[in-house]
Ligand binder design. Structure first.
Ligand SMILES: *Cc1c(COP(=O)(O)O)cnc(C)c1O
Length: 221
């Protein structure tokens, strides 16, 4: 199946209120243009250098989302081109994004990445750390970042029930943070969860943003 066919199918499975991030990491610009040609405008990348190169080459109305682990020394180069960073996995990183965004005169949209998987290796805030941060009130001092919501990655497993429980726990936490710390602020509204193998489950559990790569573009090349 072509990329256009894949997208046509995937689009029928995603409600209008859920945003599709086409994860184009490792795929060349020519392939991204096939998705662009059928109307896709949001693309996700996980490496800073790759994102910058593609952003320079491809149409300017593409919204580039950063979804990978971001090192603080790479923040500077990504700030001018990124429209949303899903993977803010530490306070140190958020502070650095705020600093570099300030120099650029920008406000950078961010999601806090929560660690919901069983695996040790996945980056992110614990629920306790994220809540302590919101409770501290420090966010209001970071005027060059806008925290739009949360992101999480489920454990890589065939155990659907486990994945479902992880999505449910993130959704519960998201609702709790929203009602407690953002009651008058409709900006905190995005919940990024779900990838090729689990996005339908994620949508059923309240995801507002799915990050789909291999089901659109095929495996890594
Ligand atoms: C690669 C990646 C995706 C897409 O994964 P697929 O299984 O190919 O859909 C989603 N989110 C993150 C953070 C990724 O690194």
């Amino acid at each position: 199946m072509s990329i256009a066919d894949n997208l046509k199918h995937i689009r029928t499975t995603i409600p209008d209120n859920v945003q599709l991030v086409c994860v184009s990491k490792f795929h060349p610009a020519s392939v991204i243009l096939e998705a662009y040609a059928v109307g896709e405008r949001i693309f996700g990348e996980s490496r800073e250098q790759e994102l910058r190169a593609k952003a320079a080459e491809l149409p300017k109305d593409i919204q580039w989302h950063f979804i990978g682990h971001l090192q603080t020394n790479k923040v500077k180069t990504i700030v001018p081109v990124v429209s949303l960073i899903h993977s803010v996995d530490s306070l140190k990183l958020l502070v650095e994004i705020n600093k570099e965004a300030g120099k650029e005169g920008r406000v950078v949209n961010c999601l806090l990445q929560l660690h919901i998987a069983q695996e040790e290796t996945k980056f992110g805030f614990s629920f306790e750390e994220a809540e302590a941060f919101f409770q501290s009130g420090q966010l209001v001092t970071l005027s060059n970042v806008s925290v739009k919501g949360l992101m999480g990655m489920a454990t890589f497993t065939d155990d659907r029930q486990r994945v479902q429980q992880e999505f449910q726990s993130l959704k519960r936490f998201f609702d709790h943070m929203r009602s407690t710390y953002f009651p008058d602020n409709s900006n905190f509204a995005s919940l990024s969860m779900g990838m090729s193998d689990d996005y339908q489950l994620a949508i059923a559990e309240g995801s507002t943003m799915v990050r789909i790569g291999s089901s659109i573009f095929g495996g890594r090349i």
